[in-house]
Design a protein around this ligand. Sequence first.
Ligand code: 3HC
Length: 295
Amino acid sequence: MDVDDVDTVAVLGAGNMGHGIAEVAALAGYDVNLRDINEEFVQNGYDQIEWSLGKLAEKDQISEEEADAALDRVTPVVPVEDAVADADLVIEAVPEKMDIKKDVYAEVEEHAPDRAVFASNTSSLSITELSEVTEREERFCGMHFFNPPVRMQLVEVISGAHTSGETMDLVEDVAERMGKTPVRVRKDSPGFIVNRVLVPLMNEAAWLVHEGEATIEAVDSTTKYDMGLPMGSFELADQVGIDVGVHVLEYMHEVLGDAYEPCPLLVEKVDNENLGKKTGKGFYDYEDGPGAEVP
Ligand code: 3HC
């Protein structure tokens, strides 16, 4: 299969990343089945896409017609068999837990056509281990987008131990057709490239505050205005979801050692369900609903 054979993309998981990936795919002209485990989750993802496309049109980054056409290409779905039955590419973006992802792949393997390539948007987990749940290890790779997908240019395309060169080429071509810049990650190690660098930065910022060495505001203004990153460390944690950061750290801690122990400040936020922008509160407060902004 080559890039011209890909028409239908199934995106599994309509959360923060899933709906953004579905939007990017629909803008590139793909028919997209956006799937989540219940109507509420999938509708929420669909509403977020509608909001985001509206924003892009409002700023003349796309026309109203392009926004409407992209939204028309997205079909919200709950039954997994309906989502993947005609898929050429399945992009999975379900919660960052090995067991959950493995259960999803086992189910999807039963219903997806043989030709379909599976790509995981995992932030850190082993592509090789995930691929081994399926019967298509060579047609399985990582396809890691960044938050918010519609604004972030980079996509990491990660090879597992069994991934074929054709699969890597195909998924890189699809990423380019989506207007993204793919970077090939040849080593399937925890956090790949970006999160291996970025998530410890968020964790270290949290340890600084937890140990009373600095305030959240001091750390954020330093990372943003002195180091020149687009967001402060805590702003970024709120943007990606503090739970996502903690899941990545837990995995890195388990596989790579104590340097990656999640800071209690992050864990406490997760325990209290203050996960960042998506819940309206993290290290900062946000308005409710789609499009809540950093104050
Ligand atoms: N769709 C459409 N518009 C959006 C949007 C979306 N999904 N998200 C935000 N916007 C809009 C805002 O509503 C705001 O609109 P307004 O001007 O009408 O108020 C506008 O975009 C803000 O955009 P600007 O260009 O004015 O602002 P910035 O220049 O700050 O750019 C940014 C925003 C691109 C998000 C920038 O701050 C940035 O690059 N931040 C860093 C993000 C990052 O590093 N992400 C990667 C995290 S790691 C990750 O995701 C991996 C995971 O596995 C953990």
